[in-house]
Design a protein around this ligand. Structure first.
Ligand code: GAR
Length: 218
């Protein structure tokens, strides 16, 4: 069975949606560890409620970025992690981790990439005045939110949206597409060809705008 390691910095609602999707049987996988850079992250409490080991690793306790991500990779490998999930992990991941987990690290970003990478993707969309926004699950490469796109979901953005109202609309879709992407991976249905992710199976799965997921918990 696929073993997941989750990295999260805060609230952890995406982490929770993945836990729920495993517990409901939607995804066949287990989560062996939560690694956080933030000792106050609510994600730690969520881990505790579901018997997932939490580890706090603060970058400032390491000599440099390389040492930090080397240690994270060690912790993941030690636990047999096959797929690394960035669930609101608010840092650009270092090479020491990417090299060991090439095309095996997934991130969720609250915008339709390549628009609005980096922090506050929702605010960037509100400020820009786009009428369609959404979220993206992608594999992580060395760039900032630049890796191959796995799934996107779109939502409308209205002229009177605030960062909060748009974020809430996007978050509902995040909680659907992230578990779905993990499910596809766990079933061996994802492969990467250059910038493109190929999804084995039905063609509709490769163009996903608010798709009819069968995850009963969402
Ligand atoms: C989510 O909206 C996620 O897309 C975003 O942070 C939020 C975390 O929420 N991630 C990024 O902006 C990464 N650059 P959560 O802690 O409740 O899952």
């Amino acid at each position: 069975m696929l073993t997941l390691g989750v990295l999260a910095s805060g609230r952890g609602s995406n982490f929770q949606s993945i836990i729920d999707s495993i517990e409901s049987g939607f995804i066949r996988a287990k989560i062996s560890v939560l690694i956080t850079d933030n000792p106050n992250a609510y994600a730690i409490e969520r881990a505790g409620k579901h018997n997932i080991e939490p580890i706090v690793l603060k970058p400032k306790d390491f000599p440099d970025k390389n040492a930090y991500y080397f240690r994270i990779a060690e912790e993941l490998e030690k636990r047999g992690v096959g797929l690394v999930i960035l669930a609101g992990f608010m840092r650009v991941v270092g090479k020491a981790l990417i090299n060991k987990y090439r095309n095996r690290i997934m991130n969720i970003h609250p915008a339709l990439l390549p628009s609005f990478p980096g922090l506050h993707g929702q605010k960037q969309a509100v400020d820009y005045g786009t009428q369609i926004s959404g979220c993206t699950v992608h594999f992580v490469d060395e760039g900032m939110d630049t890796g191959p796109i796995i799934i996107q979901a779109a939502v409308p953005a209205y002229h009177d949206d605030t960062e909060e109202t748009l974020s809430e609309r996007i978050l509902k879709q995040e909680h659907r597409i992230f578990p779905y992407a993990i499910k596809l991976y766990s079933e061996g249905r994802l492969s990467v060809d250059g910038r493109k992710v190929i999804i084995k199976g039905s063609r509709e799965d490769s163009v996903l705008i608010n798709p009819p997921y069968s995850n009963p918990s969402h």
